[in-house]
Design a protein around this ligand. Structure first.
Ligand SMILES: Nc1nc2c(ncn2[C@@H]2O[C@H](COP(=O)(O)OP(=O)(O)OP(=O)(O)O)[C@@H](O)[C@H]2O)c(=O)[nH]1
Length: 349
């Protein structure tokens, strides 16, 4: 199954909200607007089949080579009321107020009074979303310098461990030599989970005694990655936001220590965000940008939520590269982010 097919299938909770939302907005006023002008009674002598509207796709339609009969899509004239409904629906779909307003205004520009169908609206919306997201759709850059150090940050439960596991196995499959460091040394469960992923991906996982210093583990992992001639070192980190000062110091110390070995490290700092948190993802970006030098985003759990629109808000607000998205728990449920595919899947096209 292509990732786009998977994306479209798994994004249905979000795309239902948006796609059905558009259908409903158009349908709401459509019957009235669509009501045909009263047809004058046909003279009895005239052959009824020709003047009856249903004949167009029937015998006459076939005779004149028209397309097979297909119900005409409902349309609604774009007015202020409809625009407001569109804005509300996009806010509900987690695009955030600012983005929802701008996207709606762009769709309406030059189209007020025009009668639009839901499919046209979906195409227009997908176009607007793709326009916002194209500049940020960038795969994680790979550098010639090895080991390339990738620090992975994010709140607990956002999907860091799973993302590291998926990335490790995908890079491994692409011929890269990978080492993982289980830097959240406080959480035994997180370490165990990384070990499971490491086994699955056949990638070594460096661990340390519970509660030991993550920076010292990072240093050892760096030494191991260098000795092994690894291409990539993926470092998991703690995500306890309850004590930001501690977390900031912990992350800063990890960075300081690995810079002793390579002043240009870390080469990437990936922030992993959980789509099910909706608008909360925006404040997580703000927080983690203060804690670490975030270079790119990965959004997980787009499969389990109707709040996938938040990725549009993130792209619009921060302009940070979106490297990958997760749509499930399996190894191949993570893929590079493609703006057009995402936009079309999100609106249900
Ligand atoms: N449905 C779905 N579940 C996911 C996805 N990514 C991760 N998960 C699940 O989310 C849960 C949390 O993921 P973890 O990778 O453990 O998250 P973490 O940030 O490492 O969290 P801690 O281990 O608590 O620090 C796990 O049950 C994962 O299987 C995804 O894209 N889709």
């Amino acid at each position: 199954m292509s990732f786009f097919t998977k994306l479209r299938e798994r994004l249905t909770r979000s795309s239902n909200r948006i796609g059905q939302g558009l259908d409903e907005i158009v349908a709401e006023a459509a019957p009235e607007a669509e009501a045909p002008a009263p047809t004058p009674a046909a003279p009895v002598s005239e052959p009824a089949a020709v003047s009856a509207p249903s004949a167009a796709g029937g015998l006459v339609g076939r005779l004149f080579g028209r397309a097979p009969e297909r119900a005409e899509e409902p349309r609604r004239a774009l007015d202020d009321a409809m625009l407001e409904e569109l804005e509300d629906m996009l806010v509900q779909a987690d695009l955030g107020v600012e983005t929802a307003l701008r996207v709606s205004a762009n769709i309406a520009e030059g189209r007020m009074g025009r009668r639009v169908s839901s499919t046209e609206l979906k195409e227009l919306l997908a176009g607007e979303i793709a326009r916002i997201m194209t500049p940020v759709a960038r795969p994680m850059p790979l550098y010639p310098k090895t080991p390339q150090v990738v620090l992975v940050v994010g709140v607990n439960g956002s999907g860091k461990t799973t993302t590291i596991g998926k990335l490790a196995s995908q890079f491994k499959a692409a011929g890269k030599k990978v080492v993982i460091a289980a830097g959240d040394t406080f959480r035994a469960a997180a370490v165990e989970q990384l070990q499971v992923w490491g086994k699955r991906a056949d990638v070594p996982v460096m661990v340390a005694a519970q509660g030991s210093d993550p920076a010292s583990l990072a240093f050892d992992a760096m030494t191991r990655a260098e000795a092994d001639g690894a291409d990539l070192l993926l470092i998991d980190t703690a995500g306890r936001l309850q004590n930001r000062q501690d977390l900031m110091e912990e992350l800063a110390k990890i960075v300081r220590v690995i810079r002793k070995k390579d002043p240009s490290a870390p080469h990437n700092t990936l922030l992993v965000l959980d789509a099910t948190t909706g608008q909360n993802a925006l404040s997580q970006v703000e927080t983690f940008r203060k804690l670490a030098d975030v270079s790119g985003l990965v959004m997980t759990k787009l499969d389990g939520t109707a709040r996938g629109g938040v990725l549009v808000a993130l792209a619009d607000r921060f302009g940070l590269p979106i490297h990958a998205i997760g749509v499930g728990e399996q190894i191949d449920d993570l893929d590079a982010f493609d703006a057009n595919d995402f936009a079309r899947a999100l609106v249900g096209l």
